[in-house]
Design a protein. Structure first.
Length: 460
């Protein structure tokens, strides 16, 4: 018997960037055609965050459009990312893979009673040509968010070595499908014995030829469908001889016409679901990124009321545009507020809140162009408040400076605690470290646009 190769093709972190999917599809179909002709063994994997509610197809089909796309390319296995895990309700995630023609693999997700979801296996042994490939799935354990949705997510370091040992006894090659991020993948390679390859996701790294850590090959192929990843395993008599990794750009690849037509059909189906009318406006509701305007004020009011907080605050850049008079549909709200961002209530002292507001109203932050933490806007924009009056003045330096902050007509008391309803992205530490370390409560699975819809339904 001469040595043979197994080709593992994978996608990771598409985030519903369907504009690139026809090129991904064409590349995968072309490679499959070649391997079928030569009778090569190959597997097709997805590493999670394929579904992102930023896109109307994913929003309107609750992710089932994404599953349909994977089915059409005959994916073999997939694991989940945080977008599948915590931006869908528990009911939506339970239903997401009902029609999947591939096996979902995730070892560290459980119901709150400790049982495993019926749609997910902790690992799979894929045996073909006399070689057993063991595939294990693991996803980033955002424990607080999963628990709010009724799930229990376990730390991989508490259980992964036992699973790897079990798979190692049954398989010739052990592959970890990881939505943990590169830093965690490196730690796993150092801490967990017995893994041959870690195919990674979550941090959007492009490892064009992979990297080896403690004898484990680690690879990852960017984001948004710009690359397709490949791992080539060379084996002989069931023994792994070589392992190589590639991240292949599909930027200049041709598009698959059948996939484009399928996306058009999915878009039509999603649009029908998003056409639901939320309210009818007798006059426009404007949204301005750089001065106070009515629609950001409405969103901050919705936050305060929904979270039962003392104060609501949200950056006006969260709304990409305003709303015209006439009917307002779910699609309209998704278009102007596409971010997968959830509401959160934070407990802050008056002194901390004053520091946050001073920075939030600074020209530096108002004009900041930023992408990440769920934010998909252009600039942060001025902060809108409800339950708080913030007075500013332009000083000799030409910048806005906060001069007075009033809550219920009174100045903030430095030691008094206030409950502030805002976006969860502000609690992750990038902008306001005070919020990262404060007591907080997250609200899932509702997103900001859901709160805005609730506000408009009841007010207009």
């Amino acid at each position: 018997m001469t040595s043979k190769k197994i080709h593992l093709y994978y996608t990771n972190d598409l985030h519903s960037h369907f504009e690139n999917w026809p090129k991904v599809a064409r590349y995968i179909k072309d490679r499959k055609r070649i391997h079928d002709y030569h009778e090569d063994r190959y597997l097709l994997l997805d590493l999670g965050d394929h579904a992102d509610k930023v896109h109307p197809i994913t929003e309107g089909t609750s992710g089932k459009g994404n599953v349909h796309l994977l089915n059409k390319l005959n994916y073999d296995y997939a694991t989940i990312g945080n977008n599948e895990g915590i931006t869908f309700s528990k009911e939506e995630l339970e239903d997401l893979y009902t029609d999947a023609e591939f096996q979902v693999i995730v070892s560290n997700l459980f119901h709150s009673d400790g049982s495993r979801p019926t749609w997910a296996a902790p690992y799979v042994i894929d045996e073909r040509d006399g070689v057993k490939v063991g595939l294990i799935g693991v996803t980033i354990p955002y424990e607080q968010f999963y628990s709010l949705l009724g799930w229990s997510i376990q730390s991989p370091w508490d259980m992964l070595q036992e699973i790897v040992d079990d798979v190692r006894e049954q398989a010739d090659v052990v592959v970890l499908m990881s939505h943990m991020g590169l830093g965690n993948d490196e730690r796993i390679a150092n801490d967990i014995e017995g893994i041959d390859v870690i195919i990674g996701a979550h941090t959007h790294h492009v490892l064009k030829h992979g990297m080896t850590v403690n004898g484990t090959l680690i690879t990852q192929a960017g984001k948004n469908g710009n690359y397709v990843g490949e791992v080539v395993l060379k084996y002989d008599h069931g023994k792994l001889l070589e392992k190589e990794a590639y991240a292949i750009s599909v930027r200049d690849h041709k598009e698959d016409q059948a996939t484009k037509e399928l996306l058009d059909q999915l878009g039509t189906n999603a649009q029908n679901l998003l056409d639901e009318v939320v309210c009818r406006l007798e006059q426009p509701l404007e949204a301005d990124w750089f001065k106070r305007s009515v629609l950001p004020d409405e969103l901050s009011a919705a936050l305060r009321e929904w979270c039962n907080a003392d104060i609501g605050m949200i950056n006006s850049g969260m709304l990409l545009e305003g709303l015209r008079e006439g009917k307002v549909s779910r699609e309209d709200l998704h278009r102007i507020c596409p971010h997968p961002v959830n509401p959160c209530k934070v407990i802050l002292k008056g002194s901390e809140l004053r520091e946050i507001i001073a920075y939030a109203m600074s020209d530096e932050l108002v004009n900041l162009s930023f992408k990440g933490l769920g934010f998909r806007g252009e600039v942060m924009g001025i902060m809108a408040f409800d339950g708080l009056e913030v007075k500013t003045v332009i000083m000799e330096d030409g910048l806005h400076h906060v001069t007075e902050i009033l809550h219920n007509g009174n100045r903030l008391s430095p030691e008094q605690e206030y409950s502030v309803a805002t976006a969860d992205m502000f609690t992750f530490g990038k902008f306001y470290p005070q919020m990262k370390h404060a007591r907080k409560k997250y609200y899932l699975p509702e997103m900001l646009r859901d709160l805005l819809a609730w506000r408009l339904e009841n007010r207009y």
